[in-house]
Design a binder for this molecule. Structure first.
Ligand code: GSH
Length: 225
């Protein structure tokens, strides 16, 4: 069993890897990165991940970065956790990678424009007036497609939960947490509720809540807005 340590920060996409690890059920440790103190760009952290991002997973002390890679490696290393459905051939498996890449490469950047618009242009006030509305417009197109995808069952792959559902769970929580109007997407809202009922998701969120309390006690919590 490899020794696993995940670097995380509350409300970030590191929630997806945390859910994956909780679903696996193997022992793992999390380490809180204080983004308000720019700890992700500290020399110590940059040695592990020169990109200065969470999630970063240490596997027996060696870093693995990027959600697509971390989630794919966890799925392959812990097959009993069924983080991804069994793939019948290389094409099938690559299509699953495409699903993770879609969330990492297309959906996540759209989340950032909605949830952190101030990262996109220097004027914070303008970012909320210009960047966020355009992000919402693009997210509406994405969510319209996702809503149709959920026609075949409550989960991305139909009847069976996968870590792609953990990704969608983070996206939905993050955007609705800053006021995204999800009323046109009842299947995705149900998907979110079904995820919330999963014990592994609850354990992941409890870890995150504990980290939020730590940050609050240090005056380093940046609440979503
Ligand atoms: N492509 C990376 C993106 C990771 C990423 O953007 N993480 C954000 C949190 S959601 C982060 O660490 N932000 C800190 C920063 O940019 O300073 C992945 O999918 O793992």
């Amino acid at each position: 069993m490899p020794q696993l340590k995940l670097f995380v920060a509350p409300n970030t996409c590191a929630r997806v890897a945390t859910i994956a690890l909780e679903e696996i059920g193997a022992p793992f440790e999390t380490s809180l990165i204080r983004t308000a103190a720019n700890q992700q760009n500290s020399p110590e952290f940059l040695k592990l991940n020169p990109k200065g991002k969470v999630p970063t997973l240490l596997v027996d002390g060696e870093p693995l970065t990027e959600n697509v890679a971390i989630l794919s490696w966890l799925a392959a290393t812990f097959p009993d956790a069924h983080l991804m459905p069994d793939a019948s051939d290389a094409l099938d498996q690559t299509r699953q990678t495409a699903d993770l890449a879609f969330f990492a490469g297309t959906v996540h950047p759209t989340v950032t424009r909605i949830a952190m618009p101030m990262k996109m242009i220097p004027d914070a006030a303008q970012s909320f007036e210009i960047v966020r509305p355009k992000g919402i417009e693009d997210m509406n197109k994405i969510m319209t497609m996702v809503e149709v995808r959920l026609d075949n069952g409550p989960w991305w792959y139909g009847d069976t939960w996968s870590i792609v559902d953990g990704y969608l769970y983070w996206v939905w929580g993050r955007i609705t947490g800053v006021g995204y109007d999800g009323s046109a997407f009842p299947k995705i809202r149900r998907h979110f509720d079904l995820n919330n009922a999963r014990p592994a998701v609850q354990r992941a969120m409890a870890r995150e809540d504990a980290n939020i309390e730590t940050l609050k006690s240090e005056n380093l919590y940046m609440a979503p807005r």
